[in-house]
Every structure is written in C-alpha cells, then in structure tokens.
Design a protein around this ligand. Structure first.
Ligand SMILES: O=C[C@H](O)[C@H](O)COP(=O)(O)O
Ligand SMILES: C=C(OP(=O)(O)O)C(=O)O
Length: 358
C-alpha cells in the first residue's frame, strides 16, 4: 500500500524555523567547522539521548543541556543529539520519524510531522542539533535544522549516503565501520569532499537531480568496533591513516557504541581517558560524543508502559552523571589551550581554507 507524504515545503511551512533560529543554525555550522579545523580552540561535545522517543522529555533534557552549554561556553561547544532515525543491525524500532507510535507500525506521515515539530522546538533552545541521516530520502525534510551530521557505522560504505554528505550544508562525521575498520570511513570523507549528482526530493515534492558541490568539513569519527579505538594508540593509528590519505588530522571520538561495548557505565572511563589526551595537548581531538539522557540505562521498547526519561535504544548515562563529565572535559579543553604541545601544533598549522557551510 502507498501512503502520500507531505512535500518538504509543506512540512517546513507547517513547522518553520524562526528567522532567529535559522540564523543561529548558520552560526552553529560555522562554529562547528571552526572547532573541527582548530581555528576555534574549544572542544565539540555531541551529547544527548541515543534516540528521541518522547519529545517532551527530550526537550526537558535539551533545556538542561542548554543551561550547561551557556555555563561552559568558554571551553566547550555542546551539540544536542536530536536523533530521530535509528539504523538497526537486523530489526528493531527505527526511530520517531518511521515509527512514531512505538508500536512496531510504520507511519512516516505522522512521524515527519512529529519529528519536524520536535526539531524546531529543539532548535528554539539555542542549541546546535546533531542528527544521523539514515534514510537519504528524508534529508530534505529536516536538514535545515541540523548543525552537525553523522553517517553511521552501518551506512558509511553506502554511495547514496556519501553523495548526500557531499550536499549537506553542515560538517558531517563519518563513523568507522562496525568491524572497527577505518578505511571505509576515510574513503567516505574523501568521497563526500567531491561534487556529485544525486537524486532527491525538491521542496515541492518532485524527484529531482541535485548537483552537490562537495563537503569540505567531512571528518572521521572513531566509535570503536569489537575492540575500542579511543585510547592513545587508537587515536595515533587514526592520525596515521588520515595522514596516509592526505587528510587533515581532525577527529571526533564517540565514547559510546564500540568504544564502551554499549555499556553506559563504561562511558565515564572513556571520557576520562579522552580528557587526559586533550589536556596533554592532543589538538587532533576536536570533539567527543556521549550518549546521555535524563535517567541512567535503558528499557525494552516492547514494555507495556514506557518511561519518558529512559532510552529505548542503547543505554545512556543519566544527566546527573553527565554533568561532572562535561565539567571534566571543559577543564581538559582549557588546559589544552595552554599546553606547549597544542601551542606548537597551532603554530605549524597552515591557514585553513575550510569555511562555514551555507
Ligand atoms: O545507536 C543505536 C544502536 O547502536 C544502533 O541503532 C544499532 O542497534 P542494534 O544493533 O540494537 O540494532
Ligand atoms: C547508531 C549510532 O552509532 P554507530 O553508527 O556508531 O553505531 C548512533 O550514534 O546512534
């Protein structure tokens, strides 16, 4: 059976970004690009729930994060994980847009309305939003709200995702494969930097060929695999692989997923290790990712009564355990600015040609 969907223009008109929010997204994208290039010495922290299943509770979390973002703004650029599409290893809940009823039934028309409304509300907090683009066909409905994007470990080898990234007007993190291999993600960074022609849906709903210009701000994200890759050895290997591919040393490291064996209790250890590397002056570490939500842990999405404050996908660190980690990262970021190693790296760095995405 076929179900008609709204056009991107109709959905955007029903749930528009305010002019102030649209200006803020442009500023956030430029800031994130500057942090990745180390023209801005702060640390990027992409933090928030594994997935959004209850928009009101996720907005409550965003409010807490927005306060922390203001408090820590001298040292950190906090980006809210507003993930509404979930890639699955085999099957499972595929996110608020595809399955808004949390009942195993697909309802994209309702999910797009709910999802877009959530993203515009989340953008109104003033936070930059992070989003994983799982289905390229949905990108025209949401991309204008996003300031940092991910192509995930399960899709990083896909040509449509790489071509989408070459058009997306924000920095895009390419995650290493589930196997832990870096080469596929590095190839994705290279592919996304080039212009491509891709099929997409135009604002008025026509299937259209789009010429992209290439994304200068695609970068590698280390998320571990069967073994972690966040430690000094993993980071050094990633730097060598980037150098061999003639790519800049810009890295984001995910403390969750393969780097914590999907055990939220291990994320603090990973963050503490990363903070030590950062404080020691490692300027290739531009950002980190944390899966964090209101409460600690996860629940089964099939449960009869779902809690709004608990993840229904991967387990997350609760907010009260997240705040000390953000403080710790802020201190590490401050220390890095005065570390002799970072100062020497800055002096050696050629003037960047990368700029703000439109
Ligand atoms: O980030 C969330 C999950 O790791 C991802 O969606 C895959 O989950 P799965 O292996 O449970 O399908
Ligand atoms: C699915 C995710 O990550 P990865 O692609 O690294 O598994 C995620 O961040 O939600």
């Amino acid at each position: 059976m076929m179900h008609p969907l709204p056009t991107p223009a109709a959905l955007t008109a029903a749930h528009p970004l305010t002019p102030a929010a649209a200006d803020a997204v442009a500023d956030h994208r430029a800031t994130v690009a500057a942090v990745l290039d180390r023209r801005d010495p702060r640390l990027l922290v992409v933090v928030g729930p594994c997935s959004v299943h209850d928009p009101a509770a996720a907005l409550e979390y965003a409010g807490l994060l927005a306060d922390a973002a203001r408090r820590l703004a001298d040292d950190l650029v906090l980006v809210f994980r507003a993930y509404l599409e979930k890639p699955r290893t085999i099957t499972g809940w595929t996110g608020l847009i595809a399955c808004p009823g949390l009942d195993g039934k697909g309802d994209l028309a309702t999910g797009l309305r709910l999802g877009r409304s959530f993203l515009t509300d989340a953008a109104a907090t003033g936070l930059p939003l992070a989003y994983e683009f799982v289905d390229p066909a949905l990108a025209p409905y949401v991309a204008d709200t996003v300031s940092w994007a991910a192509v995930g470990a399960r899709t990083v080898a896909s040509q449509p995702h790489r071509h989408l990234a070459s058009w997306l007007p924000m920095p895009v993190g390419m995650k290493n494969c589930v196997s832990g291999r870096l080469d596929t993600a590095i190839a994705a960074v290279q592919a996304a930097a080039h212009p491509h022609t891709l099929p997409t849906v135009s604002p008025d709903g026509c299937l259209t060929a789009l010429d992209s210009t290439g994304n200068p701000d695609a970068h590698l994200v280390l998320r571990g695999g069967p073994t972690p890759n966040y430690d000094m050895t993993g980071v050094a290997q990633a730097r060598s692989a980037l150098a061999a591919a003639d790519l800049p040393h810009r890295l984001v490291v995910d403390a969750a997923h393969g780097n914590s064996g999907k055990d939220h209790d291990r994320q603090p250890h990973v963050i503490t290790d990363l903070a030590a590397q950062i404080a020691d002056g490692d300027d290739s570490l531009a950002g980190v990712m944390i899966e964090s939500y209101l409460s600690d842990g996860r629940q089964d999405p099939g449960a009869a009564t779902l809690r709004p404050d608990l993840s229904i996908t991967d387990p997350c660190l609760g907010w009260s355990r997240t705040v000390p980690l953000l403080d710790h990262l802020a201190l590490a970021s401050r220390r890095r600015r005065s570390s002799p190693r970072a100062v020497a790296d800055q002096a050696d760095r050629p003037a960047s040609t990368s700029g703000a995405a439109p």
